[in-house]
Design a protein around this ligand. Sequence first.
Ligand SMILES: [Mn+2]
Length: 421
Amino acid sequence: MCLPTTGDGQDGNQCHDDGPRHVRTHAATLPTYARPAVDECRGCVGPNPETLFTESRVTADGQGPGGDASAPSTMMVKAAIVSSTAGRFLASTGGTHVSEQPGKPTPEGAVVVGPLDATKVPRFAAPATFARLPRLDDLSSADVLVLGVPFDSAVTYRPGARFGPGHIRASSKLLRPYNPAQDAFPFHAHQVADAGDLAVNPFDIGEALTSIEADYTRLAADGATILALGGDHSITLPVLRSVARQQGKVAVLHFDAHLDTWDTYFGAAYTHGTPFRRASEEGLLDLDHCLHIGIRGPLFAKTDLTEDERLGFTIIRTDDYEVEGVSGVIERMRQRLGDRPVYVSVDIDVLDPAHAPGTGTPEAGGLTTRELLNTLRALAGLNIIGADLMEVAPAYDHAEITGIAAAHIAYELLTVLTWRP
Ligand SMILES: [Mn+2]
């Protein structure tokens, strides 16, 4: 039996039964109700949760369905499903995945822990990690991380995106391991894990941005590539500071109804409407290769557009989809990004409010979920070094419309993050 030493989680959730002690030393935490989930207390009681996860062994010479063993860049995967009760080997399937990724490659022979097996644990059971992936705390390391950043103190209109990470996780339970649109098993060729949520100060924007940058840098220190789930869009600035310090100037691909290159609100420089102006001013951006997609709606002044161009961005408007189609947009997008290191930042309000009502600053006339998903899939093969998904505010959502859209956007981004050019 595991009990917290306190209910506030500030001292690390320490078990104090007769079994092995489990002390959380990681700053990133997943929310549980008042006490740690039982499966955080491995070695205390109950079955070993590892046996409930799908597992893969990374090999270089296998052959799976749809695979091309002759392609030198193709890494083969054998996915093993292990019984939770008898520990016996039940099934083995094969698959292929182009495993080149921007972070460190998973070494050949490494065992990859995949999502919970839906035939062993119902989708509606168990704590909500993204796509039912394992927690980073339960692994020694991971190649790709999903990281919640529940911070929304820099919004200008509706608050509530602090609850976005939890909502996206809860809406991601139906995702499956094989992504046919990209012919990839994003969770089987590389270790993908949920790193939990950062503990961000909701009362001090300056301190919040500082701590987000430090925690992001720490999590990325051993080469992990990160998909951040917000939270409001101010979070992207400290993330870009961290990414640019490690990898140099980056081309930002920004999906949003809004430019987010405004200057100040009420004199405040750090808000969810200003991250890309600050990033440009700080020299974090590759000014010849940044791009907004999905811009629409009223602005404050005509100069908003000229200022935006001066700061390094070009624009593909939502209405351009109507004229050029998805394929035309993709062609322009890939041309603009080229072979540069690209950071992808998605504001869920790039979607029409019909497709994503759960957000803080909705604008009519946006993209469909299908248009956005197909655009994101076309990033495969580019040099994507990190990504985020911001501004999901579940209080305004209905029937998980926004949450499900966000879960699928995150799934496509994770698939892209397990590729490299
Ligand atoms: Mn926006």
